[in-house]
Design a protein around this ligand. Sequence first.
Ligand code: CP3
Length: 341
Amino acid sequence: MRFIDTLSGKRSDPPPIWIMRQAGRYLPEYKAIRQTEPDFISFCLNPDKACEVTIQPITRYQFDASIIFSDILLIPWAMKRNVRFIDGVGPKLDILSSFKDIEIFADKDLSNKYKAVGNAVKLTRQTLPAKTALIGFSGAPWTLMTYLFEGGSSRDFSNTKSFLWQKPGEAIEIIKILTEKVAEFLIVQAKQGVNVLMLFDSWAGAVPAKWRDEMIYKPHQRLLEILQRKNIDLPFISFPKGIGEGLINYANEVAINCIAIDQNTDPLWANCALPSNIAIQGNLDPLCLVTGGQQMKDEISRIIDCFADRPHIFNLGHGVVPQTPPEHIQDLIDFIRTKAG
Ligand code: CP3
């Protein structure tokens, strides 16, 4: 698989391509099947449907990788935090405010809650073309902590950050417990056949710089060590979104194969600042993809040229947005594959 070669440090031209949230509401075939299962969690936990929507973007675009259809909020769901998805609002959870509410999960293995995800992985791996990599994923401890403390998405993360400043010792303990929960979720997916693991720290940018070590770098490295101890030896992509110059320490302290960068990170800077043996994934602005045309082609060329001398996986800087015209993704792929081919 070209995708795995790139993660192992081998450049390939043109770069392998996939896009974050590639199975989703911008695709009419996704919306059609999504309607058949009104509850989003039940949809994620239906292996046949999860397999089908995972493969939809591969059938349409022949991406180099697919990502198993599931969600980072399955861990809070397994912790019985009353996770629901409200149309036009987004995810809602019961707000967690005390250490006690989470401490009870320290000694509880939640792996058996993810059997349906494991089955979806197995089925998808059997169905995908051999050349297409299958990515398993989880939310990172800090990002999961924000959903638990805010009860959903947030603009300022005030509950989580206030807790961190007021009770740093407990916040560190919570992150430790969540790191174990993330490991359980990833191990289920690894055992059923994913080829790559990815960690989404979508709200890492909300961590005050002083706390990056405790909330991001150390727990991510600890997660890798837990996986290693369990003999899980898969390439690992991490997306510590929004940490800017923190990426330098990240790359030094966390033994990942690939770092995903958001669209606000200058690719020229990232290429110079990050060790050359680490692959970089990214980083077209999702709204540039919505715009399309020459503007998009120029930006794609700029990104690819920045990473001309290192392993690079082409992706967006964050998830594809629902208003994206599907034909712009075809234009993106045709442009990249003919440009270098
Ligand atoms: O192709 C894929 O990437 C599909 C698998 C996938 C989903 N969510 C499905 C999904 C992945 C990798 C995720 C990750 C995820 N989920 C993240 C990290 C990535 C990021 O975007 O930062 C986060 C923060 C979540 C939490 C989440 N799930 C939110 C905030 C929402 C609502 C916002 C929205 O886009 O509607 C979801 C729901 C969700 N997860 C949808 C999909 C396709 C849309 C819901 C629907 O179809 O009704």
